[in-house]
Each structure stands twice: as C-alpha cells, then as structure tokens.
Design a protein around this ligand. Structure first.
Ligand code: HEM
Length: 143
C-alpha cells in the first residue's frame, strides 16, 4: 500500500472512533507540550480542531500536486509565524498527531502507518517551514 492509502485508511479507522479526530490530538499535544496552549487561546474549539483535520485531508487530496502543496503549505507556514509558532513545534505537533491516530486506530495500526505518516507530515512540515523562512525574512525577523 502506498503512503496516501495508508494515511487514508488510518484516518478512516480513526474517524469511526471519533468524528473530529484532532480533538484527541489537541489533548495529547497540550498534555505533552503545555507551553503551546496559550497560542490557541483565541479559538481553541471544535472549529479549530477541524481546521487541522481539514488541512490534512485537503493535502492528501493533492498529494501528487507539488505546486498546490508548495503554495498552500507555504502560506500556512507564513501565517503560523504570526501565531507565534516556532520551527521546533512542528515536531511536537507531528508526534502528537501520530500518537492520537495510533491510539484511535487501536490494534489495526501498524508500523507501516506510522512510517507513512512520518514521511508525509515531514514533507508538509518542510514546505510550511519554507513559507515561515520567507515570512520572517519579509518581516525582518530573525530566522
Ligand atoms: C504542517 C502542519 C500544520 C498544518 C497543516 C496546520 C494547519 C492549520 C490551519 C489550516 C489553520 C487555520 C487557519 C490558518 O492559519 O491557515 C491553523 C491554525 C493554527 N495553527 Fe496550525 N497547522 C500546522 C502546524 C501547526 C503547529 C506546529 C502549531 C504549533 C503549535 C500550530 C498552531 C496553530 C495555531 C496557534 C493556529 C491558530 C489558532 C487560532 O486561530 O486560535 N499549527 N493551522
């Protein structure tokens, strides 16, 4: 099975357990990295939880569309600079996202799912960070 199919399959299983899968993700993220909680002050709700889920599902739909991914993730990364998101937080978010999916998938989760998520989330992060570097350069912030 390719990465896209492994990701779609695991999302499908997770959604059976919890329709907004990212709710469990935020619980894990805030438990492991409480220092990120204040960043979500304005809008820490189901609506916010959906935004990440929808962004990931949209990225999966465009997994073979390099220009779309570069533009969209670059813009997300640039916007995240203004939220106070730092580069290291991407690793924390990835770890928490994969942990929440593994938990929701239960026995059906395999190492292959974890590896596929690691590769795809890593690629999305690289594109977002490229956008963050550009945004900091334009704002004359250190990078
Ligand atoms: C590749 C990884 C990520 C994706 C695809 C993603 C996606 C999104 C999207 C689509 C939004 C909503 C609107 C927007 O700003 O475009 C958002 C908001 C936000 N994200 Fe992310 N994000 C990612 C990584 C992160 C990381 C690492 C953090 C750090 C903790 C973070 C923190 C936030 C915050 C604080 C908001 C705003 C919440 C608010 O409105 O209160 N995100 N994200």
């Amino acid at each position: 099975m390719n990465d896209k199919d492994l990701l779609s399959q695991s999302i499908g299983w997770a959604v059976e357990r919890e329709p907004v899968i990212t709710r469990r993700f935020y619980e894990i993220l805030f438990e492991r990295y409480p220092q990120v909680r204040p960043l979500f002050g304005r809008n820490a709700s189901d609506a916010q939880a959906r935004m990440l889920q929808d962004a990931i599902v949209a990225a999966l739909d465009h997994i073979e569309d390099g220009p779309w991914l570069t533009d969209t993730l670059g813009a997300i990364g640039a916007k995240h600079v203004s939220y106070g998101v730092t580069d290291e937080m991407y690793g924390w978010v990835g770890e928490s996202l994969i942990a929440s999916l593994a938990e929701l998938c239960g026995d059906r989760w395999t190492d292959g799912h974890g590896a596929a998520w690691g590769r795809v989330y890593g690629s999305l992060t690289d594109l977002a960070l490229a956008g963050a570097v550009r945004a900091r350069a334009e704002a004359n912030l250190p990078h």
